[in-house]
Design a protein around this ligand. Structure first.
Ligand code: ADP
Ligand code: MG
Length: 279
């Protein structure tokens, strides 16, 4: 489809193949198809170990696929050499579960945010780069004092927002968010998810949310993919999959969580409560 930004067809990933003893390795993705349209938010759900992170990393060409095809913005990137991937790297960003691990602890937030902007030539000079950074801090409700702090001096929610700001500053077309709210308390989760939802609307950003938490997926995603043992067992619009799941596996996943938790309005109501509380 013309609107497809990122597609995978029949991709397989095998860990630990080859090596000294010619190991056949451990195949964790068995011919997965996925397509993400411009501006669309999709969810990938499945139990721990089902291959969600591997799939996400394969989509970004961070692990090699042993079979299948990957396309980004019409271009076949399946075996694109790293040098030719580089210009695309800015356009496909990843947000991490643990910003402590992805933000350099020895660098100030200023350096963490300004450097990539300069590196990717999105600003002509450090002064312009900092101006862009200040704009995004404001938008993310981060006080400008955070610029002089190091990541460990921030709260968990602030750190997560700095991680998202760093990705957003590069004006990507696609963002992969792998279990990004798992470690946060419920109200911080809602703040972070709202921020991403607004961002994707304003920037026309396509996003893939990986989560074992179906309530998170339901709150933010247009469509959902269900992964079991490295195979896609179901795909469809969120509302449809949640209200009438076709596969037994999806039904089992849904049965495992209490009903109020998958109420699709939880995010809006929770933020309404928070807004009321924060004034
Ligand atoms: N770097 C790796 N090397 C070898 N095996 C891995 C590696 N990463 C993940 N695996 C294995 O691949 C399977 C899928 O893992 P993963 O993609 O992390 O699943 P999920 O994100 O759904 O929990 C698991 O059996 C895991 O042990
Ligand atoms: Mg994972």
């Amino acid at each position: 489809m013309a609107d497809d930004l990122l597609t995978a067809r029949g991709i397989e990933v095998t860990y630990g193949a080859g090596g000294l003893f010619g190991s056949r390795g451990h195949k964790v993705l068995h011919g997965v198809d996925i397509s993400i349209r411009r501006g669309e938010t999709i969810g990938i759900v499945g139990e721990s170990g089902s291959g969600k992170t591997t799939l996400g990393r394969a989509l970004l060409r961070l692990v090699e696929v042993s079979a299948g095809e990957l396309r980004f913005d019409g271009q076949d990137i399946t075996r694109l050499p790293e040098g030719e991937m580089r210009p695309l790297r800015r356009r496909m960003q990843m947000i991490f579960q643990d910003p402590m691990a992805s933000l350099n602890p020895r660098h100030s937030v200023r350096r963490i945010l300004v450097e990539p902007v300069l590196l990717h030539r999105l600003a002509a000079n450090p002064h312009d780069a900092e101006a862009r950074v200040l704009k995004i801090l404001d938008r993310f409700k981060l006080p400008k004092e955070v610029l002089d702090r190091n990541p460990h001096e921030l709260s968990g929610g602030q750190r997560q927002r700095v991680g998202i700001a760093r990705a957003a500053l590069l004006e990507p077309d696609f963002v992969l968010a792998d279990e990004i709210v798992s470690g946060l308390d419920v109200s911080t989760q809602a703040q972070v998810l709202n921020l991403l939802r607004d961002l994707s609307r304003d920037m026309g950003l396509a996003m893939a949310f990986i989560s074992h938490d179906l309530s998170v997926i339901r709150a933010v995603c247009d469509r959902v993919y269900v992964l079991q043992f490295g195979k896609m067992v179901e795909e469809g619009p969120c509302e449809q999959v949640f209200s009438s799941p076709q596969s037994d596996y999806t039904r089992t996943l849904l049965d495992a969580i209490p009903l109020p938790e998958i109420d699709p309005g939880w995010l809006d109501r929770k933020s309404a409560i928070e807004d009321a509380a924060s004034v």
